[in-house]
Design a protein around this ligand. Structure first.
Ligand code: HEC
Ligand code: HEC
Length: 419
């Protein structure tokens, strides 16, 4: 016997009287209409034919919200995702007699991240930053290089800890097997969403889907049949895209940024390191002060957006605050661009971890999808980057700024030595 519980999202949607994502039928995933519109804008071609065919390819490959599918035959074999886990995480919220939980994503995540992982769930409207859109495959809080995917371990830790200072809650109380199923489901939604985007772009740019008539050889779907097995250009493009997207996920482990050995300092050596870090923070190479303000107080005014919303605004030459320009995108389901604010470091709130290893990775990689740039690591001081020792000085300074800092604050108050 199965016990059905009312999906949270319907409750919340009813309370808020808003409901993108929840009132949509769950027989199929909603298409990425915002990306289609973005392509139509940037390529100046119609995208209806591409949307239609890509939509049926994606459903054939990845199934539906109630019956997910993992096309392992086309995937990098090193990317292992359990179909059993996907089934547990997908579908409506249910409990099996033996206590197995089903429908985990709709129980815990859909109100914010939405059914397709677009991040535009009913509760997203009130948040800044917005819940992540998994479909571009860009993640901020990870141990890997800026452009790389997070590892399984990164995603597991993220779910356990949540993202401090954002709407993303901690799921530390969830059963470890459920957590594992959710990690598989994030990868699933991300690979599915990236494949959809890449196929849309390839359909327009490589297969001529923006033209008046499409070559038979270029078609992604022929007479309602999927062509992945065939010898046509359309079939080759589908295989290439899935292979490439899955390969990036499979190689995440090899992209972990190694952190050089560092020393735990105290007393005068710590004070001296913090002071060197303060100089670097306000100096021209790292120029942290340019965004985080003097003493990391977040007073600098920066008017920038994150990559998820820039894609359909500034990168198309549109002004994010221009309501008329944004209207068609909003109608297609886009979230209103909101400023990506540099962190006020004196709060000592770290979304991706305030420990030395995490901060080393944050500073040397920057934060993917956000305006925060990377600082280059150099062997010898040459004016283009910082040595790893200097980066540890900078980290000790940043760590000294927070309220719970064990470094005595009064000794390191910012004195105006730089203009
Ligand atoms: C109340 C809203 C909310 C809920 C519920 C929620 N999230 Fe999030 N999630 C967020 C927000 C907001 C962010 C963006 C944080 C940021 O940009 O720093 C986020 C970010 C993420 C990220 C990306 C982190 C990164 O490194 O970029 C993942 C993965 C994620 N959430 C997974 C989940 C999963 C899985 C669930 C359900 C178990 C879930 N979230 C539930 C709001 C939520
Ligand atoms: C171009 C602007 C910019 C510059 C320059 C910049 N940052 Fe940032 N920084 C940001 C933004 C924006 C965020 C918030 C990102 C987010 O939470 O999505 C951020 C966040 C951070 C965080 C918080 C990380 C976390 O886990 O929450 C730290 C620490 C940080 N920056 C340190 C630095 C240091 C040190 C430097 C100099 C080497 C620096 N930043 C330079 C824009 C910048």
């Amino acid at each position: 016997m199965k016990v059905s519980l009312l999906p949270n999202c319907f409750l919340i949607a009813a309370l808020l009287l808003v409901g993108p994502g929840c009132d949509a039928p769950v027989e199929s995933f909603p298409d990425n209409d915002v990306y289609a519109l973005t392509l139509a804008h940037s390529r100046d071609v119609p995208t209806e034919a591409a949307s239609r065919d890509v939509s049926s390819v994606i459903e054939e490959l990845f199934g539906t919200p109630n019956q997910p599918r993992w096309p392992s035959e086309l995937m990098d074999p090193d990317l292992r995702i359990s179909e059993q886990n996907l089934t547990r995480a997908a579908g409506p919220q249910l409990s099996e007699k033996d206590g197995t939980h089903l429908g985990l994503f709709r129980e815990h995540c859909v109100t914010c991240h939405a059914l397709s992982g677009s991040g535009a769930g009913p509760a997203s409207v009130f948040q800044n930053p917005y819940p992540r859109d998994f479909r571009p495959g860009v993640y901020k809080w990870k141990s890997t290089q800026r452009d790389a995917k997070p590892t399984r371990d990164d995603l597991t830790k993220l779910l356990q800890h949540g993202v401090a200072g954002s709407g993303m809650p901690s799921f530390s109380l969830i059963d470890p097997d459920d957590l594992d199923a959710l990690v598989d489901y994030i990868v699933y939604l991300s690979v599915r969403g990236e494949t959809e985007r890449e196929l849309m772009a390839a359909a327009i740019d490589e297969l001529g889907y923006g033209e008046d008539s499409i070559d038979d050889d270029a078609r992604l779907v022929t007479q309602g049949e999927l062509v992945t097995q065939g010898e046509t250009d359309g079939a080759a493009v589908i295989r290439e895209v899935v292979e490439e997207v899955s390969n990036q996920w499979a190689s995440a482990e090899s992209e972990v940024v190694p952190v050089p050995a560092w020393e735990e300092l105290s007393g005068e050596t710590l004070a001296a390191s913090v002071n060197r870090g303060k100089e670097l923070f306000h100096g021209p190479i790292a120029n942290c002060v340019g965004c985080h303000g003097k003493g990391g107080q977040g007073q600098a005014v920066t008017l920038d957006y994150d990559d998820w919303t820039k894609e359909y605004s500034t990168r198309l030459g549109l002004t994010p605050t221009d309501r008329d320009a944004m209207r068609p995108f909003k109608k297609a389901g886009a979230l209103t661009p909101r400023l990506a604010k540099p962190r006020k470091l004196t709060l000592g709130v770290y979304r991706g971890g305030g420990d030395t290893d995490s901060l080393y990775r944050r500073i040397t990689q920057g934060i993917a999808g956000s305006p925060m740039p990377a600082v280059a690591v150099v062997e010898q001081e040459d004016g283009t980057g910082l040595t790893s020792d200097q980066i540890f000085d900078l980290i000790r300074y940043v760590q000294s700024l927070g309220p719970q800092s064990t470094v005595p604050q009064s000794e390191f108050n910012y004195q105006s030595s730089t203009p």
